[in-house]
Write a protein that binds this ligand. Structure first.
Ligand code: GTP
Ligand code: MG
Length: 450
C-alpha cells in the first residue's frame, strides 16, 4: 500500500500511448531508460485497477485520535462525521490522570471496508496539575509505532494483514471560549507535532460569534506559528487537489458544530442543533466548517494522512529508535554498514559496558568490604575498651567488698568477745546472788522458827 523503494532502476521503460497513468509513471522514472513502442496491447495498463482491486479487497484502516478537554463535543463530532452512533458509555472524569481509550469499528460504504479506530484521551484537562497531561498520549502514539517496528523487525513478518494501530490524525479540540490557546493546548500540540498529523479544530463553534471567530482563528494560527507548532498542512503537490487543499489550509482551524439530531428543513432531513433563537445546520457552510473538515479529512486527504504517518512520523520514530539501538547506514569512512557489523559493534559495546559495570561493582564490593572491616575493627576495639573498663570496675567493687567484709568480721569478733565477757559477768552475778539468798534463809531459820 505504501510506496516500496525498488532495488535498481528498471532497465526498460515502456510507454503505452493509450494509458495516461503509465505515461506519467514513465515520466517519473529515471532518465536514461530506453523507450520502446509497442505494436499491440499487452495489458499492463490495468496495473492501477489491479492495485485498486487489491486495496478494496484488503480494506483500509484509519485511526483517529481525539484530544480535547472534557465535554467539548468529541464523541458527538465523531458520530456526526461518520453518520453513525458509535456505542460507548460516557467516560468518568474524576481520574487522577489522563488515560487513553481506543475503540475499533468496522464500517462499510459501497464495497469499501474501513477499519476505524477512535482513540480518546479521557480526562484530558480535568486535573489541577496539568503538567503531565500530554504524557500518556505521547506514550500511546509511541507504543503503536513500536508495535509496528517490532513487526517489521520480525523474521516472519505479517505486515500485509497486520492490524495497523498507528495514529493517522489527531483532531485537537480547542475550546471556543477564551481569547487564545491555553498553555495546555500549546504544550500538548508541541509534544505531539513530530509524532502525528495534527488538525486543530474549534469545538462547539455555535457558541462564538462570526466576528469573534475570525479573530479567534487568526490568533490561534499566529500563536501556533510563534510557538513553532507544526500542524498538518493539506498537501498541494498533487495538482488535482492542490487548489482545494490550498484554500482549505487558509481556513484552519476549522470551526465545527456536531449533532446527531436531525430536523426537517424544507423537505430534507438535516443534522442540526436547535436553539430558542434559531437552528444551526451542521452541514451548512455558512454556519460552520463541518463540511470542510469532512471533505479534507475523509474525502480528499485520508490517504495522504495515512501516507504521512508512515513516511514522516513513523520514519522519524524508526530512525531514532534504530540509531538508539546502534544501527547506522554508513561507518565513519562512509562505507555501508552491514547488519552483521552493526550487531558485532553493538555486542562489543554491550560487552564493554558489561565489563565496566562488573569492574565498578567489584570495586564497589571491595570498598564496601573494607568499610565493613574497619567498622568491625572499630566495634571490636570499643568492645575491648568496654571490657577493660568493666573489669577494672569489677576489681574495685570486689576490693571494696573485701574491705567491708574484713571490717564486718572484725566487728563480729569484737562483739563476740564483748558477749563472752558479759555472759561471764552475768553468771558471776547470779552465783553471788544465790549465795546471799541461802545465807538470808539460814539466818531467818535460826532467829524465829527454830
Ligand atoms: P467526554 O468524552 O466526556 O470528554 O465528552 P465529549 O468531548 O465526547 O463531548 P460529547 O460529545 O459527549 O458532548 C458533550 C455535550 O456537548 C453534549 O451535551 C453535546 O450535546 C454537546 N455538544 C456536542 N457538540 C456540540 C456543539 O457543536 N455545540 C454545542 N453547543 N454543544 C455540543
Ligand atoms: Mg466522549
Amino acid at each position: 500500500m505504501y510506496p516500496v523503494p525498488v532495488a535498481g532502476v528498471r532497465e526498460l521503460l515502456v510507454t503505452s500511448g493509450s494509458t495516461m497513468a503509465a505515461a506519467e509513471v514513465a515520466r517519473q522514472m529515471s532518465e536514461g531508460a530506453r523507450n520502446l513502442s509497442l505494436s499491440g496491447h499487452v495489458g499492463f495498463d490495468s496495473m492501477p485497477d489491479q492495485l485498486v482491486n487489491k486495496s478494496v479487497c484488503q480494506g483500509f484502516c484509519f485511526n483517529i485520535l481525539c484530544v480535547g478537554e472534557t465535554g467539548l463535543g468529541k464523541s458527538t463530532l465523531m458520530d456526526t462525521l461518520f453518520n453513525t452512533r458509535f456505542e460507548g458509555d460516557p467516560a468518568v472524569h474524576n481520574q487522577p490522570g489522563v488515560h487513553i481509550k481506543s475503540n475499533n469499528y468496522e464500517l462499510q460504504e459501497s464495497n469499501v471496508r474501513l477499519k476505524l479506530s477512535i482513540v480518546n484521551s479521557v480526562g484530558f484537562g480535568d486535573q489541577i496539575n496539568k503538567e503531565e497531561s500530554y504524557k500518556s498520549i505521547v506514550e500511546f502514539i509511541d507504543a503503536q509505532f513500536e508495535a509496528y517496528l517490532q513487526e517489521e523487525l520480525k523474521i516472519k513478518r505479517t505486515l500485509h494483514n497486520y492490524h495497523d494501530s498507528r495514529i493517522h490524525v489527531c483532531l485537537y479540540f480547542i475550546a471556543p471560549t477564551g481569547h487564545s490557546l491555553k498553555s495546555l493546548d500549546l504544550v500538548t500540540m508541541k509534544k505531539l507535532d513530530s509524532k502525528v498529523n495534527i488538525i486543530p479544530i474549534i469545538a462547539k463553534a455555535d457558541s462564538i460569534s462570526k466576528n469573534e471567530l475570525q479573530k479567534f482563528k487568526i490568533k490561534i494560527m499566529s500563536e501556533l506559528v510563534s510557538n513553532g507548532v507544526q500542524i498538518y498542512q493539506f498537501p498541494t503537490d498533487d495538482e488535482t487537489v492542490a487548489e482545494i487543499n490550498g484554500t482549505m489550509n487558509a481556513h484552519l482551524p476549522f470551526a465545527v458544530v456536531g449533532s446527531t439530531e436531525e430536523i426537517k428543513i424544507g423537505n430534507k432531513m438535516m443534522k442540526a442543533r436547535q436553539y430558542p433563537w434559531g437552528t444551526v445546520q451542521v452541514e451548512n457552510e455558512n454556519h460552520c466548517d463541518f463540511v470542510k473538515l469532512r471533505e479534507m479529512l475523509i474525502r480528499v486527504n485520508m490517504e495522504d494522512l495515512r501516507e504521512q504517518t508512515h513516511t514522516r512520523h513513523y520514519e522519524l520514530y524508526r530512525r531514532c529508535k534504530l540509531e538508539e539501538m546502534g544501527f547506522k547506514d554508513t561507518d565513519p569512512d562512509n562505507k555501508p554498514f552491514s547488519l552483521q557489523e552493526t550487531y558485532e559493534a553493538k555486542r562489543n559495546e554491550f560487552l564493554g559496558e558489561l565489563q565496566k559495570k562488573e569492574e565498578e561493582m567489584r570495586q564497589m564490593f571491595v570498598m564496601r568490604v573494607k568499610e565493613k572491616e574497619s567498622e568491625l575493627k572499630e566495634a571490636e576495639k570499643e568492645l575491648h575498651d568496654k571490657f577493660d573498663r568493666l573489669k577494672k570496675l569489677h576489681q574495685d567493687e570486689k576490693k571494696k567488698l573485701e574491705d567491708k567484709k574484713k571490717s564486718l568480721d572484725d566487728e563480729i569478733n569484737a562483739f563476740k568477745q564483748r558477749k563472752t565477757a558479759a555472759e561471764l559477768l552475768q553468771s558471776q552475778a547470779q552465783q553471788s546472788g544465790s549465795q546471799q539468798t541461802l545465807k538470808r534463809e539460814k539466818e531467818r531459820k535460826n532467829s524465829g522458827f527454830l
